[in-house]
Design a protein around this ligand. Structure first.
Ligand SMILES: [Zn+2]
Length: 139
């Protein structure tokens, strides 16, 4: 279901609780809502008012990926960049790693499975932005 975006910093600045397999409907709402916004490529659950630790990002092939409880284990090659946000007005200067190692859960057959993967470039940047959202950190 397409949800309204939350702009309220009081909601966005609350650190999210761990997500579980029961949050699968939230994942679908994230995908539906992301798809409804032109040029949007990632969306965290608290941006649609659900303070659970999950988000969706869309890769360069237009494929949506949902990550539950993502944690950045390691980052390489930090650089400053300007980043904009769907629920924030102006682009902000942030420091992002070019390459990251991420631990996260993926929903497989109704169960969360632990995964570990390396990401680079644009996808790595989106994941860092989303992990910040899940911590209640605003750019
Ligand atoms: Zn954002």
């Amino acid at each position: 279901m397409i949800k309204d975006l939350v702009q309220d910093e009081a909601v966005l600045s609350v650190p999210c609780e761990p997500a579980t397999a029961d949050d699968a409907p939230v994942a679908q709402d994230l995908i539906d809502t992301l798809s409804s916004i032109e040029d949007a490529t990632c969306l965290a659950a608290n941006q649609i008012g659900v303070t659970k630790n999950l988000f969706v990002y869309r890769d360069d092939n237009g494929q949506d990926h949902v990550m539950y409880n993502a944690k950045i284990l390691m980052g390489l090659n930090a650089a400053k960049t300007y980043e904009s946000c769907l629920t924030h007005d102006d682009p902000v200067m942030v420091t992002r790693f070019a390459k990251i190692k991420v631990a996260y859960d993926e929903l497989v057959d109704g169960q969360l499975k632990s995964r570990r993967r390396d990401f680079t470039g644009w996808v790595a940047q989106m994941i860092q932005h989303m992990v910040d959202h899940s911590k209640g950190k605003l750019v």
